[in-house]
Structures are given as C-alpha cells and as structure tokens.
Design a protein around this ligand. Structure first.
Ligand code: SF4
Length: 185
C-alpha cells in the first residue's frame, strides 16, 4: 500500500485552511498545519485568528504546530526595510515553514495564502521556490483561488471569524483608506 506523502501546510487563518486542507488531502497528502504569522497585528487579532484555526483543526482532527514566537519589533522593522513588504512577508513565512518542515522530517510544504484572489501569486510562487531551494524541502504550489468563494461559504456556515484586513498594521490602515497593499493585485 502506498503511504501518503507528508506536507506541512502554512496556515494564515481558519477560513483559508478549510478548502486548501481538503483539496490537498484529496490529492493524497498527509497534512500537518503550521501557524507562523508574526505579520498579524495587533496581538489580539493574531490570537483571534489563531483560536479560529485551533478550533477548526480540533474539530477536523488535523495536527497543528504553532510557532508561539511573536517578534513584533523585528517583523515591523523587516516590513519597513523591505523593497516590497508583501514579498518580504511571504518570504519570511514560507522560509519558516520550509525550515520547520525540514526539522520535522516532513517532505513537502505549501501555504493557504494562494487561496486569496487579492494576493500576488507570482510572489507566493517565487518566495516558496526560494525557501524550497534553501531548505531542500519540496514546495507544492497550487493556485487555490477558485476555492475562495467556497471558503467564504464554509466559514459563514461554521460561524468562523473572518478577518477584515490582511494582517499587518499597514494593511489595517489601508483598509480604511481603500489602498492596495504592495502584494495585492
Ligand atoms: S499586507 Fe498582508 S502580505 Fe502584505 S505585508 Fe501586510 S500582512 Fe503581509
């Protein structure tokens, strides 16, 4: 009998996790979810998104690894110094995922970020490929945008918390000013 290939799935939040996890499981991957999102500001918002993910993982029997570090100062400094803060943000999270997969002996990694129709898919692909090259862990890129509406439907049905902005304090401001983030298309 063929054993399922292991995959560490970077999860930005519960709603995006729903459809992505299901699809990758259908492809035969054995999923471990990974929460590492120091880009979510402020603390309360991060806790709220994390709790939603924990509840979803618990009720669906998904193994979840949580990185409890919250290097807020470093994160803000990194976003401010970056040529394009969204690329830097994807790179940081995908590099951490690839490194954690290697530590855990997991063969592949992927991300729920590509379910969003607002995010720059080329950035996600590029940042994931760079992380894969450095770590030696295979990056599984899928364009999950077709599942976006379904993720909204499921999250509404299950009364999950849906965040009103991308994550960082800059995107929280941009939401009110109706500005696009530099990783948005
Ligand atoms: S807008 Fe979103 S992707 Fe861009 S830096 Fe902020 S949290 Fe990261």
């Amino acid at each position: 009998m063929k054993t399922a290939a292991s995959l560490l799935l970077h999860a930005c939040c519960g709603p995006c996790m729903t459809v992505v996890c299901e699809q990758l499981q259908r492809e035969g991957f054995e999923i471990t979810a990974f929460f590492y999102n120091p880009n979510i500001h402020p603390w309360k918002e991060r806790e709220r998104r994390l709790q939603t993910l924990i509840d979803y993982a618990d009720s669906n029997g998904i193994n979840l690894v949580i990185d409890k570090e919250y290097p807020l100062e470093e994160n803000i400094r990194m976003l401010l110094d970056a040529e394009n803060r969204c690329y830097a943000c994807f790179e940081d999270r995908l590099t951490a995922t690839a490194d954690r997969a290697r530590e855990l002996g997991i063969e592949n990694f992927s991300t729920t970020l590509s379910v969003s129709p607002y995010q720059n898919q080329s950035f996600i692909m590029e940042a994931g490929s760079a992380a894969s090259e450095k770590s030696g862990v295979r990056f599984i890129y899928r364009d999950f945008r077709e599942c976006y509406r379904e993720s909204i439907r499921i999250s509404r049905e299950e009364e999950m918390y849906r965040q009103p902005y991308c994550g960082c304090v800059f995107s929280e401001r941009d939401r009110y000013l109706k500005l696009k983030s530099p990783g948005q298309i």
